[in-house]
Design a protein around this ligand. Structure first.
Ligand SMILES: [Zn+2]
Length: 349
């Protein structure tokens, strides 16, 4: 593809070619399923029941055969989910219904996406993108490596998008990663799905009359997260450092921690103003007040869990003490329930 009309200014970045590793022998998880509306609620219940069942044991103490991973179930939902389009401003819209939220910027020079969703949604995501206006997808920016944000990389690259991501996203997509909390092993992504424009700490991209600022948080939700700030539109896409109104997942296996999550939330709060629209990885588009509420929830639960751990409580005892109780009614209804969130926090304090 030609990108001659695009000016890329980089700070501490490097560009790498796609010759890094062997082609994987298996493709990413696929699934089929049925979806109507309130996708989040349906997915949440599937995820919660799958997570609960993973640790189930029979009366004789033998492990019951493990059910399908919640990853497969979420893929199955995404395979049928309708895509909801939420127009923001400055030619930016958010697509919901394909795993993580997808931001789409349209311009005279083509389109740019922040995150690519789950590949099984391709027909519906593709249709939604086409309806936003003419022009092909020139760039795809991954906020982090997780499949519900990067599984669409392959097809979006095939239609001409250059993939931009933090260097640890490239690293994670190039290796096999076992995420125990999801009971799932991710194979290396196909070569075409791997980012070729690599951000280390900061990168500025001028495209289509907009200026996009990317910044690496350091380890927080994973070790690969970065935000994308659309300066002119004042829209801040923060990936999974913000789950609006629900407990977030923290991927400890690939570098995540509660303290990193709190640091990232503070970074987002410092950058946002009262006018800024915040696109989190999951949940509705939010604002600075909701970011603060999210940060306060993280900090409050961290304090409670750290106290229990300091008292010598085991993980099981800490979960039974319900350190999230004051927050559960508001935050505990999505894929990450109170017990799992307590466990994720406990392991980081
Ligand atoms: Zn994630």
């Amino acid at each position: 593809m030609k990108i001659s009309r695009v000016i890329i200014e980089s700070h501490a970045i490097q560009h790498s070619s796609c010759d890094l590793a062997e082609r994987p022998s298996e493709s990413r998880a696929r699934g089929i399923g049925r979806h109507r509306k309130l996708a989040a609620v349906v997915v949440a219940s599937l995820f919660a029941s799958a997570v609960a069942a993973v640790s189930e044991r029979s009366a004789t103490g033998q492990e019951i055969a493990q059910p399908a991973s919640p990853v497969d179930k979420i893929n199955a939902e995404a395979a049928k989910a309708e895509i909801t389009v939420v127009p923001l401003r400055g030619h930016i819209s958010v697509l919901m219904g394909s795993g993580g939220n997808i931001s789409v910027f349209t311009s005279r020079d083509g389109k740019l996406l922040v995150d690519g969703g789950i590949a099984v949604s391709r027909p519906r995501v593709s249709r939604a993108i086409d309806r936003l206006g003419p022009g092909s997808v020139k760039f795809l920016i991954d906020t982090h490596w997780h499949w519900d944000h990067t599984d669409g990389n392959d097809w979006l690259h095939q239609i001409g998008a250059t993939i931009i991501a933090q260097e640890n996203t490239l690293k994670r997509l190039s290796e096999t990663v076992r995420v125990e909390d999801w009971n799932h092993t991710f194979p290396p992504a196909p070569l075409g799905a791997r980012p070729t424009s690599i951000v280390q700490t900061d990168k500025t991209l001028a495209f289509g009359g907009e200026t996009l600022e990317m910044h690496y948080y350091g380890p927080c939700h994973t070790d690969s997260d970065m935000y994308v700030y659309f300066k002119k539109a004042d829209v801040l896409a923060v990936g999974d450092t913000f789950w609006n109104g629900v407990y977030p997942f923290i991927d400890i296996v690939t570098g995540g921690s509660i303290d990193g999550m709190i640091r990232a939330a503070n970074t987002n709060i410092a950058l946002a103003t009262e006018r800024t629209l915040i696109v989190g990885g999951h949940g509705p588009v939010g604002n600075r007040a909701q970011l603060i509420e999210f940060r306060d929830m993280l900090a409050g639960i961290r304090k409670n869990v750290a106290q229990l751990k300091a008292q010598g409580k085991t993980l099981e005892q800490a979960v039974l003490a319900k350190p999230t109780a004051a927050y559960d009614a508001k935050w505990g209804h999505f894929v990450i329930g109170p017990a799992l969130f307590t466990s994720l926090v406990y392991r980081g304090v």
